[in-house]
Design a protein around this ligand. Structure first.
Ligand code: DSN
Length: 429
């Protein structure tokens, strides 16, 4: 940090503040995590200086021997970890990865289907204001009143609408996906089935959520959520890639080539090699027995948190969780998601406001909050800590705008986080 401190004290100060915020608070946004020092070192490295459009062995630039090695390692590790024959590790992040899948498999104007954002899906799953709902003719499915995905209703919709591509997966869904059922539904109309496992990838690796591999034609995932890598994404599929620079027909065997072509020359330029290096490091970490145990503990922690909050009369969408996240409808607590996010933030607990299924309120001030356990579990917190934290969430929600009470919770949060330091490598000092 000494160069940054000397050269740009403003950015150094913002970084110091952010490190303090992360260190002293409870990070409970379910899509966030804390990367290891090794991942950070690879990310902040000279690999960021290098251009390398193309793929290992077929680049448009010279001097690519080292980044070729990095990208090949990242690809091999991703393939081994998820049990696929092909991995593209170049998408800049999750949205570009999903964009590439549409670009690879369907034409503008084709009918596509995905879960509505307000019911737990993602913008790129066909939201009308997103590219996926603008360039494609998107139809959206939703959960039932109970918050569970209604597979029968989805099957009916598919039969009637005959989409060419179905996006599955979610950003705010606390339950297991039945990949086999989703494959059967897609097969009724011959649609491509895509599984976006961004939220649950780490749990797929640890065996705490079934893998979509073997059911979905293409799997996408970000690398920075439960997978605990840097920001970035993977596109995983089966088949034999031919030269990605040559055209390929839209058939299953050619999916790897179609995906590679969609990334470059379709959508992206030079890969972010520092990011690829950090992804490779994270994938190596994810292949260890310790990571499997980490995944199991994420789920144990989420289930404990859910049970404690249910005891305190919190209304959990679907009545609980199977994975790393909880979606809470706060209507019975007489405050909105936005108010709860603010109160919890003042108490040192970071969550995000979120719509709940059939939310009567606006997404800018919805009825719910979404929270999860991946980052707390990385710090070593277990069931005992979840019980304490559930108590603080309850207190903070009741305190609402009582700044004194919220500050007192924040003091106790700091005492707890002092016992669970972030990786020492995250400190700039
Ligand atoms: N922003 C991500 C999340 O928080 O779930 C989805 O892209």
């Amino acid at each position: 940090m000494k160069n940054l401190l000397q050269q740009d004290p403003d950015i150094a100060q913002a970084l110091e503040n952010e490190i303090r915020r992360q260190t002293e608070g409870l990070e409970m946004i379910p899509s966030e995590n804390h990367t290891s020092p090794a991942v950070l070192e690879a990310l902040g490295s000279r690999f960021t200086d290098k251009y390398s459009e193309g793929y290992p062995g077929i680049r448009y630039y010279g001097g690519c021997e080292n980044v070729d090695m990095v990208e090949n390692l990242a690809r091999e590790r991703a393939k081994a970890l998820f049990g696929v024959t092909h991995a593209n590790v170049q998408p800049y992040s999750g949205s570009p990865a999903n964009h590439a899948v549409y670009f690879a498999l369907v034409n503008p104007g084709d009918k596509v289907m995905g879960m509505h954002l307000y019911y737990g899906g993602h913008m790129t799953h066909g939201l009308k204001v997103n590219f996926s709902g603008t360039y494609y003719n998107s139809i959206q499915y939703q959960t039932g009143k109970d918050g569970f995905l209604n597979y029968d209703e989805m099957a009916e919709m598919v039969k009637k609408e005959q989409p060419k591509l179905i996006f599955t997966g979610a950003t705010a869904y606390p339950r297991i996906f039945d990949w086999q059922r989703l494959r059967e539904i897609a097969d009724t109309c011959g649609a491509w089935l895509v599984a976006d496992i961004s939220h649950i990838a780490g749990l797929v690796v640890s065996g705490d959520h079934p893998s979509p591999v073997g059911f979905a034609d293409v799997v996408t995932t970000t690398t920075h959520k439960t997978l605990r890598g840097p920001r970035g994404a993977l596109i995983l599929c089966n088949g034999n890639p031919s030269n990605p620079l040559k055209k390929a027909e839209r058939i299953k065997e050619n999916i790897p080539t179609l995906i590679d072509r969609a990334i470059i020359p379709g959508l992206q330029g030079g890969p972010h090699n520092h990011q690829t290096a950090a992804i490779a490091v994270a994938l190596k970490e994810a292949a260890t027995p310790e990571f499997k145990e980490y995944g199991h503990q994420i789920v144990r922690n989420a289930k404990t948190l859910a049970a404690e909050l249910l005891n305190k009369d919190f209304n959990l969408v679907t009545g609980g969780t199977d994975n790393h996240l909880l979606l809470i409808d706060l209507t019975n607590k007489n405050l909105s998601g936005k108010e709860a996010e603010k109160a919890l933030s003042l108490a040192g607990i970071t969550v995000n406001k979120n719509t709940v299924p059939f939310d009567p309120r606006s997404p800018f001030d919805p009825s719910g909050i979404r929270l999860g356990t991946p980052a707390l579990t990385t710090r070593g917190m277990k069931e005992e800590e979840m019980k304490i934290i559930a108590g603080w969430i309850d207190e903070a929600v009741m305190a609402k705008d009582d700044d004194m009470k919220l500050a007192d919770i924040r003091r106790r949060v700091k005492e707890l986080t002092d016992q669970f330091p972030l990786y020492s490598g995250l400190s700039y000092k």
